[in-house]
Design a protein around this ligand. Sequence first.
Ligand code: RNT
Ligand code: ZN
Length: 395
Amino acid sequence: MIEICDSTPISMHCWQGDDVAGFEKKEGGLTGGIQTTGNYPGAARNPEELRADIEKAMEFIPGELKVNLHASYLEADTFVDRNEIEPKHFENWVKWANEKGVGLDFNPTYFSHPKSEKATLSSSDENIRKFWVEHGIRSRRIGEYFYKSTGKVCVINHWTPDGDKEFPIDTITPRLQLKKSYDEVFEATKDVVGVMDGIESKVFGIGAESFTAGSHEFCMGYVMKANSDHIIMTLDTGHYHPTEVVSAKLGAVYAFSDHVLLHVSRPVRWDSDHVVAYDDETKAIMDELVRLGKLQDTYIATDFFDASINRVAAWVIGMRNTRKAILNALLQPVDMMKKLEADGDVSGRLAVSQEFKASPFSLVWDYYCAKNNKGVGLEWLDKVREYEKDVLLKR
Ligand code: RNT
Ligand code: ZN
């Protein structure tokens, strides 16, 4: 079980390190209905600092790792617009990833840009829509470049914030535009290999509270109708109504899909992107994936951004919690519970599942961390504090 846990990749999002700012040489803050709050010192200001911070976090994160980039983390001497991005702008990331032995995932950035103010892929302005379609096309080509240069499949997540503060009168035209745009992106890049494409839905964003073009029904409909081996659903734990949980959706989605991309986050009252906790829902998701026999088919990625605490600590805490939930799930007595259920022993099923919750999991977790030399218990905390003193506070 420890080996399965260890070899299950988690894709760590780069954007925790700099509050989703990116490295484009342009003015303007974070838009798209997402927000980082807090101004803890030490955010990475350039690619070198970001990579150094990721490396520091990696010292304390056990298990197979990938690093997840947004298009806005490109490197170029001058401003390169989103419809001009090319593999060469990510050469340093590839070199670094290969040195570290990690895979790379990718995201087109459909926000924080003057042309994203009203809408992107769902825009009724053909120039704007085409601009973003080109961005999507280029993103898939960069994904293929990552695959070819790292040897690891690149998982691309497509998320667009397009929406409306008020209820639009016409709710179908933007959806038909979005559908057309995704179709055009995939059609123009159908030769691309080594890429999986998650389509991420959302219930609302800040400033787009009443309507989102890429709603759950839209994205699920798109993926199911595409019936493709690479177009899959992305389920972000913060993107549903507060009483809905991703753990309860997986069994239904897997009845129709071979793969799912997970964005592991923590909504607190809303899609607040708090650091992943070792909480009931994170555990329930991993429990469910193991019970379904789908852990290996699920692309697990983290997605949170907290600017109010040490950002390296945020990564370590969130990634360790995600990994903990995977290990804990693998230790469940699944066969026993399935047998009890099949035999109709519903009392036994409840008794076993509840007893398991109090098992001494932390001993196994400590053993796993020690074996991987990633720090037992809170050993990592002093080291991250030292890094804060020596590096982060000097920025
Ligand atoms: C936003 C989505 C999306 C972003 C990242 C930065 O609500 O969750 O995945 O968080 O792409
Ligand atoms: Zn997400």
